[in-house]
Ligand binder design. Sequence first.
Ligand SMILES: [Zn+2]
Length: 411
Amino acid sequence: MNRSLPACRFCGAALEHVFADLGTMPLANGFLEPDALARPEPAYPLIARLCTRCFLVQVDEVVPAESIFTDYAYFSSYSSLWLEHTRAYAEAMLRRLALGRASKVVEIASNDGCLLRHFVDAGVPALGVEPAANVAAAALAQGVATEVAFFGRKTAERLLSEGHAADLMVANNVLAHVPDLNDFVAGFKILLRPRGIATFEFPHLQRLIEQAQFDTIYHEHYSYFSLRTAERVLRSHGLQVFDVESLATHGGSLRLFVAHAEAARPEGSALAAVRAGEAEAGLGDVRGYLGFQQRIDAIRRDFLRFVERARAGGSRVAAYGAAAKGNTLLNYCGIRSDRIEYVVDRNPRKQGRYLPGSHLPVLPPKRLFETRPDYIVILPWNLACEIAQDLGGIAAWGGRLVTAIPDIRVW
Ligand SMILES: [Zn+2]
């Protein structure tokens, strides 16, 4: 074993295979205040590696999670699509599990409480666990009990001793953001009641590969899961995946339904189908992961060519959505404000700041209608349909929308 290589955060094997090397860039959520622009900006290598033993794709932990997630600028409630997603989830789970006043729902990384709010409104006791104090404060303000903590064995044991054993545990888009994966998953085994269930949502690695979604790779996003690898991780902690749903969120996600292995629940039929799809895509073999770097380099070349041609023709280019994934795209392409003038975002916490690396200023959406750019690059392409509806007015001056992934598309 080569001791200079990092070890897999799940199984400990040496990570010999590079899945994607995105060079050096600042943290995707490291938005800058104006006075920080003149100071040197820390940047870190962004390399996604493949474990050829368990097939977990993973990014080195270059910065401890404590320094990333304790003052977080992401508020779930700024995406109306996500709000609808949480409402539909809560309704389905209230029905499926027949939850009531004696039940307990615990959500990990509960953000501003927008999901748990639905359970509270239905009279079901709920508790959020959220490491970012500023976001947790927003949850408390709307009546959702929230603990400011990172989740893992220790937090699970404390919550259990305080009477928070859970009938339903919710983990939406958090599994990928956990550096100590084994400690995190072990916490579910501890806090889940014997007949309880947990649901995990995460972007599906199979979709990431198929759609060349390389911009979903960033430092704060530590792990990228197939169903087969997620099952392997959960199984090693005494948990069983008994059902799965495929979701459209984040470019294609999986929602796993998980229970104690001892409960020996019958498997839903969708599991076999997703497993077969992954096997067909070659995800059980290193061959399914080859060639990704060449595809993202082609996207970089095409995107730069598009922006250069637009500007050479006298067109003005702006961007929409100061999402983490946009920063990977802009910084991998080396784009600065001389090529794309600014980015707009609905989140007032991001407005007035600057994107990490590219230093594009973040402005309110009305700026588009004041400056009338010819092209607006939608950075969070997963929300492109929603954003296109919001921006219908740009047709008035012939403005066009652009997405760069999986290839350049002018709407
Ligand atoms: Zn591994």
